[in-house]
Design a protein around this ligand. Structure first.
Ligand code: ZN
Length: 242
């Protein structure tokens, strides 16, 4: 086996490992998990908003209830005064009656506000319940997806573990200078530094190699590398049936 043959094997092995890493990055569960996490976040934000506005409305409701109570007490007191006959003067009686009437009117408008607040609180509670249900079902999905992803991830990691020693072995059989060159090209060319030349075509870019260059490539070795003029990869001649 020439050094170039080993280099081709190293490229094959690296491509296997790259594909496995790519598989981890593009796990469908990963995309779904991110989407669910995003949904859960906006759900929590909405819940916090709602908690805030609910407690504000509750405070307003309580203050209003106190006010209504005060008015009721005042109305009761004034009504009591009228009924007891304590107010003897007609003018005073009329004044008290008119105050009672005014008080009842303003109480009725406050009670309308109270109803509105109670309505608001009911709606808020309903929305909170819906959000909680949605949150729970999203959490369930998230747990399932995380479990699935974990299983797949560990399978892929096992494959990587299985393939890595062969990569290390092949790399150790290549001279440091060539290995560095290979690694640099790999980083530049999307992980593929070496291309086979089969039937006059480069497997890296699928373009035809000029006949004159083909001849050179077929005689190349590790001290006399040839590169595909189109894609810049180390071009290695692959004899039919090899
Ligand atoms: Zn090429």
């Amino acid at each position: 086996m020439t050094e170039l043959d080993i280099l081709v094997s190293l490229q094959d092995q690296d491509s296997i490992l790259d594909a496995l890493t790519q598989k981890i990055e593009s796990l469908p569960e990963r995309v779904d998990i991110l989407a669910i996490q995003g949904k859960l976040e906006s759900l929590e934000t909405r819940k916090l908003e709602l908690f805030g506005s609910q407690s504000e409305t509750l405070n307003r409701q309580k203050a209003l209830e106190l006010e209504v109570d005060k008015i009721t007490q005042r109305v009761d007191r004034l009504t009591g005064q009228l009924k007891s006959g304590a107010v003897t003067n007609l003018k005073d009686q009329l004044a008290v009656s008119s105050e009672i009437e005014n008080l009842i009117q303003s109480r009725s408008s406050l009670e309308d506000d109270l109803l509105r607040y109670m309505d608001e609180i009911d709606r808020g509670e309903h929305e909170l319940a819906v959000l909680s249900d949605q949150g729970e079902s999203l959490q369930d999905k998230l747990a399932k997806l995380t479990e699935q992803a974990k299983v797949k991830l560990s399978e892929i990691e096992q494959e990587i573990e299985k393939e890595t020693p062969e990569r290390t072995r092949l790399a150790s059989e290549i001279s440091p200078g060539l290995l560095t060159r290979y690694e640099k090209l790999r980083a530049k060319l999307g992980g593929v530094a070496v291309s086979r030349v089969i039937d006059g075509k480069c497997t890296g870019c699928h373009l035809s190699i000029p006949v004159s260059e083909l001849e050179q490539i077929s005689h190349s070795d590790s001290s006399n590398l040839r590169f595909c003029e189109q894609c810049g990869r180390i071009a290695i001649y692959s004899r039919p049936g090899v």
